[in-house]
Write a protein that binds this ligand. Structure first.
Ligand code: THU
Length: 134
């Protein structure tokens, strides 16, 4: 699976976003080491704080289906019908991704027209993780 193909799946996943409060719609496509792709969208709530981001939706779907090792994630977001040039994963999602994603994990960020590959170390340096609890 290429980064471009993963981006295209994230764009499709974004169609399912439930974002009546912010209007900001996000899609994620998470590639498991098995080769299976898990999609996610943001799911907002009238009480605001229970809102779940697209990335965490994808991770929780995957882990709940038995997959815990991942190769890559593509993320796209933007207001309404517009996909923005760049949608950075929030801090909580970086923490959740870092639980399951090692050094070779790739984050594909940008827009379908122009995207770049980043590592977890690029987007989440000095993180706290399972190694700290040994
Ligand atoms: N959002 C995501 O789904 N992923 C991110 O990494 C950034 C933010 C969602 C949460 C909320 O529904 C909306 O975007 C505005 O913050």
């Amino acid at each position: 699976m290429t980064s471009g193909e993963l981006m295209a799946i994230a764009v499709q996943a974004r169609e399912m976003a439930y974002a009546p409060y912010s209007g900001f719609r996000v899609g994620a496509a998470l590639l498991g080491k098995s080769g299976k792709v898990y999609t996610g969208c943001n799911v907002e709530n009238a009480s605001y704080s229970p809102t779940n981001c697209a990335e965490r939706t994808a991770v929780f779907k995957a882990v709940s289906e038995g997959e815990r090792e991942f190769s890559a994630i593509a993320i796209v977001g933007g207001m309404g019908d517009q996909i923005s040039d760049f949608c950075a994963p929030c801090g909580v999602c970086r923490q959740v991704l870092s639980e399951f994603c090692d050094k070779d994990f790739v984050l594909v960020l940008g827009s379908p027209a122009e995207y770049k590959e980043y590592s977890m170390a690029d987007v989440f340096p000095f993180s706290f993780g399972k190694a700290d609890l040994k």
